[in-house]
Design a protein around this ligand. Structure first.
Ligand code: BTN
Length: 220
C-alpha cells in the first residue's frame, strides 16, 4: 500500500518527494500531480508535463535492480490493460516503437526517488505516443496509476533472477544494433544481453562491452 500525496500543479513531483523524505517520509510514499511546470527527465532533460498525463514520484528502497523493477512494473501494468508495451534500455517504455512513459531514478537518504511520467491524453512530442493516441479511450489516470503501484508491490516480492527474466522478455533492445550515447563518448554494436545488474552488454566490432548508463538509440 502506498501513502499517496495528491497535488494539482507542481514544479516537479521529484522535489516534493525528496522534501518528504528529508522530513522523515518512509518507503511507499507517493506524490502525484495533475501537471508539472518544471518536470525533469533523464540526462538533465526536461519532461513536458501538461495536464492529462500521469506524473508520479515514489519513495522506494534503493537497490541495484530498482530501474529494472520499475520498468517491468510499468510495462506489465500496461500489458494487463491490453497495451503491448516494451522496454527500451535502460527504462523507457515504448508502444509500437514510440515512447509512452519515462522513468527517472534519483537517490536520496538511502531511498530511490522514482519518477514516472506517462502520456495519457496528451502526446507532447512527435517521437512519443500516449494511451489516447493508440486508441484506448477508457483508461483513467487513477486506473493506470493503481495498476503500476500494484505491480511494484508484486515485483518487490520477486527475486533478482525473476526480475531480470521479465526485463529480458519485455525488452525491445536485445538483438538490435544500437548506439549508446554517453556524456563524452558513444558505443555502437549489437545489444546481446543484460548483466546481473541490468547493465547492457554490447558486442562491438572488436569486443564485448558493458554499458551502465546513456541514451540508447535503436539503429535497426
Ligand atoms: C525520462 O527522461 O524518460 C524520465 C522522465 C521522468 C518524468 C517523471 S514525471 C514525474 C517525475 N517528476 C519529474 O520531474 N520527473 C519525473
Amino acid at each position: 500500500m502506498f501513502d499517496i500525496h495528491r497535488y494539482d500543479t507542481v514544479d516537479s513531483t521529484q522535489e516534493i518527494a525528496k522534501k518528504l523524505v528529508e522530513n522523515g517520509a518512509l518507503e511507499h510514499t507517493a506524490v502525484v500531480a495533475y501537471e508539472q511546470k518544471r518536470g525533469r527527465g533523464r540526462l538533465e532533460r526536461s519532461w513536458i508535463s501538461p495536464a492529462g498525463g500521469l506524473y508520479i514520484s515514489l519513495v522506494l528502497k534503493e537497490h541495484d535492480l530498482l530501474p529494472v523493477l520499475v520498468a517491468v512494473a510499468v510495462a506489465k501494468a500496461l500489458r494487463n490493460m491490453g497495451i503491448q508495451a516494451t522496454i527500451k534500455w535502460p527504462n523507457d517504455i515504448l508502444v509500437s516503437g514510440k515512447k509512452i512513459a519515462g522513468i527517472l531514478i534519483e537517490l536520496d537518504l538511502g531511498y530511490g526517488i522514482v519518477g514516472i511520467g506517462l502520456n495519457i491524453t496528451e502526446t507532447p512530442l512527435a517521437s512519443a505516443t500516449s494511451i489516447m493516441a493508440i486508441g484506448e479511450q477508457n483508461v483513467t489516470r487513477d486506473t493506470v496509476m493503481n495498476a503500476i503501484l500494484d505491480q511494484i508491490v508484486l515485483l518487490e516480492n520477486e527475486g533478482d533472477d525473476r526480475l531480470l527474466w521479465h526485463f529480458w522478455n519485455l525488452s525491445d533492445t536485445l538483438g538490435r544494433t544500437v548506439r549508446i550515447e554517453r556524456l563524452h563518448d558513444s558505443v555502437e554494436g549489437v545489444a546481446v544481453n543484460f548483466d546481473a545488474r541490468g547493465a547492457l552488454i554490447i558486442e562491438t566490432e572488436d569486443a564485448m562491452t558493458t554499458v551502465t548508463y546513456g541514451d540508447c538509440i535503436h539503429l535497426e
